[in-house]
Write a protein that binds this ligand. Sequence first.
Ligand SMILES: Cc1ncc(COP(=O)(O)O)c(C=O)c1O
Length: 398
Amino acid sequence: MNPNLKQLHQYPFEKLAQLKQGIEPPGSKPHIALSIGEPKHATPHFIQEALLSHLHGLVNYPTTRGLPQLRQTISDWVSNRFLKPSGSIDAETEILPVSGTREALFSFAQCIVNPAEKPVVIMPNPFYQIYEGAALLAGAEPYYLNTLEENDYLPDFDEVPEHIWRRCQLIYICSPGNPSGSVMERSEHEKLINLAEKYDFAIASDECYSELYDDEKAPPQGLLQTAYEMGNTTFKRCVIFQSLSKRSNAPGLRSGFVAGDAEYLQNYFLYRTYHGCSMPLPTQHASIQAWNDEKHVRENRQFYREKFTAVIDILSDVCKINRPPASFYIWLKTPINDTEFARRLFEQENITVLPGSFLSRESNGTNPGRTHVRMALVAPLDECIEAANRIKIFFNSL
Ligand SMILES: Cc1ncc(COP(=O)(O)O)c(C=O)c1O
């Protein structure tokens, strides 16, 4: 067996199942799950249609690079979204389709990390759990960079010691962030790109929530956008991970892409040839339709906006609650320990939230998830309102 397997942590949802074990929630209140970050709005009909009408494509093995038409569609989307007014990204060398960002975030580390050089992979803390598993299985040491309330839940790169930067081969950033919804400013991207040049490491920017933003006039800054605006028009050391799962409510489609530095992508292409996660042709055709349409994404954002407004309106009477600039999460500060909060909320109100410490590790003498829970506003509006009313009762009972 690969000895690194022993270092993997139990997945948060297994810990959650254990936390809830043996508890009898009140049967009179139907269960509401705010714990899982799975979009629940309907997958647009035209995406389903495109998938169905290309089922004949199942007769072919898809290629690792994907259809030129798909890469061109993605290239146009990236240019329109991030490289205005006139920037472009090369569909041949700077884009690869992936089967959802989860497998891509994992496999990218396996491709980039050289285990012979005592590598460090830096990640935010709390974090999407794949970053850590990817680092450990690539033979690297994870370095957890706390994202704390005093920094708007964003990483502070000045906190990383010089000896860690020297060993860093890869950093994951997540903006908009899971679990906080915080968005990195251009100046922070710039700082990181300069550090990447100085210490020669790769930046993997997980942007899978970038299209779920609150202010229609202020879409989150993307890493390739910053690189391009700095004059780094070949996106050196920068790679973004984008997904249709949240943007288009299609988590089951398993469709996303990786884009950026052509040198990395050339090696990553070679890696993926053996890795074997090429995207089925019907999925590629459905993805082309999805990336070509923004109307359904605007509607999607509006659904989340309504939920945030309603839930925050109810809960702001009993706790301090921030409206995040993006994502579908509320990263709620708890007056008691996070696991205790989650356990008692389930016991009293039959609501499941995710304790923050299940997403974070002890670092620098603190576990930044310990005083928070994550609530995903994925349920329908009326269920989110019902949940907020019950959480209000719960707060008042504390
Ligand atoms: C921060 C983050 N990155 C990546 C993913 C993976 O998304 P997918 O594999 O569906 O693209 C998720 C899913 O929950 C996520 O929260």
